[in-house]
Design a protein around this ligand. Structure first.
Ligand SMILES: [Zn+2]
Length: 328
């Protein structure tokens, strides 16, 4: 796998390769962007290009012993620092260990590369210690910090690095990664990592519960009030699944709106398109937008100690044409 085989975010690859050719490669880099879009893969590619034995202009062979060692995490000069098992943050001791390596010459390659992943989990002391390394890195030393959100990093750290913002992949780019199931592709949200990890059977069974809720909320008549509270109770019962079900509800609501607006190509859940269309036909844009607003409110209040069941009941009642009228 060489730079040409990297799928998505081609502009970033282009800019990095230009820098490699120019020979003044930045010693501090931040790769920021959603999970599973290739930030870590790209960092390893840079490490390979900086150490490949068959040095090519701004590329690597991926076959020499250096490239292979980097690929398998066995190269002495390419170190990844991440959260240790049983810990929740990167500790200062790990960074101190790294700093001790700074004064040493590369052991087997031309350049030392330190990959910090995820850099947003550096605890504050560790981040401050890392600054020392970033301020005046010895020649032949490069830092690549990987994070989901660059704004989570200390300003002082950010100001010493060049930031590259990775974006989600397009549907087509996910397909080019060899994913063929259309529903998986659409649920990947532009993340190849997510596409590979998705458990579609589980997703579909969860989705059934969420669809039951949405179906009933949109279509229940006055005499079906008990059904309405029933699906709401079922939804509210989910404990650790609650947030993921809310996220799923958001996607399904967006699908109903796309069906309503005549933009079916944007629908994620294409396997239940007809069911979504029926809901779109039964609901008004106004009601759907109101539900969407309330879902955002629920999501934003999840961190505080809210009564989820009560919020779901309110969502169900405001989402239903008949019961919503009671509230006025
Ligand atoms: Zn090589």
């Amino acid at each position: 796998m060489q730079f040409d085989s990297f799928i998505g975010n081609r502009k970033i690859i282009g800019r990095l390769r230009t820098k490699l050719v120019e020979g003044r490669f930045p010693q501090g880099l931040i790769f920021s962007g959603p999970e599973g879009v290739g930030k870590r893969t790209c960092a390893l590619m840079i490490a390979k290009a900086l150490n490949c034995e068959n040095a090519q202009a701004a590329d690597f062979c991926d076959a020499c012993s250096s490239c292979r060692k980097i690929g398998s995490g066995m190269h002495c000069d390419v170190t990844t620092i991440s959260v240790e098992e049983d810990a929740t943050q990167i500790k200062i001791a790990q960074v101190r260990q790294l700093l001790r390596l700074l004064d040493l010459q590369p052991l087997e390659g031309r350049n030392k590369v330190f990959i910090i992943d995820p850099a947003d989990l550096l605890n504050p002391e560790a981040a401050n210690a890392l600054l020392k390394g970033l301020e005046e890195p010895p020649e032949n030393t490069f830092f690549i910090l990987i994070t989901v959100n660059v704004h989570e990093l200390l300003l002082t750290v950010r100001s010493r690095c060049q930031v590259y913002n990775f974006t989600p992949l397009t549907l087509d780019e996910i397909r080019r990664h060899g994913i063929s199931d259309e529903l998986t592709i659409r649920w990947s949200q532009g993340s190849i990592g997510r596409a590979r990890d998705l458990d579609m059977a589980r997703l579909k069974s969860d989705r059934e519960i969420v669809m039951d809720f949405l179906d009933t909320v949109i279509t229940a008549r006055e005499e079906q009030f008990q059904d309405l509270l029933g699906v709401s109770a079922e939804f509210g019962r989910s404990k650790q699944d609650f947030e993921s079900r809310m996220a799923m509800l958001t996607v399904l609501m967006a699908d109903v709106l796309y069906a309503k607006e005549g933009a079916p190509q944007k629908i994620v859940n294409i396997d239940i398109r007809e069911r979504l269309q029926k809901l779109a036909d039964r609901s008004s844009v106004d009601r759907l937008l109101r539900m969407g607003e309330f879902i955002r409110f629920i999501e934003s209040s999840l961190k505080s100690n809210v009564n989820r069941q009560m919020l779901m009941d309110v969502l169900a009642i405001t989402g239903n044409e008949t019961t919503a009228a009671w509230l006025l």
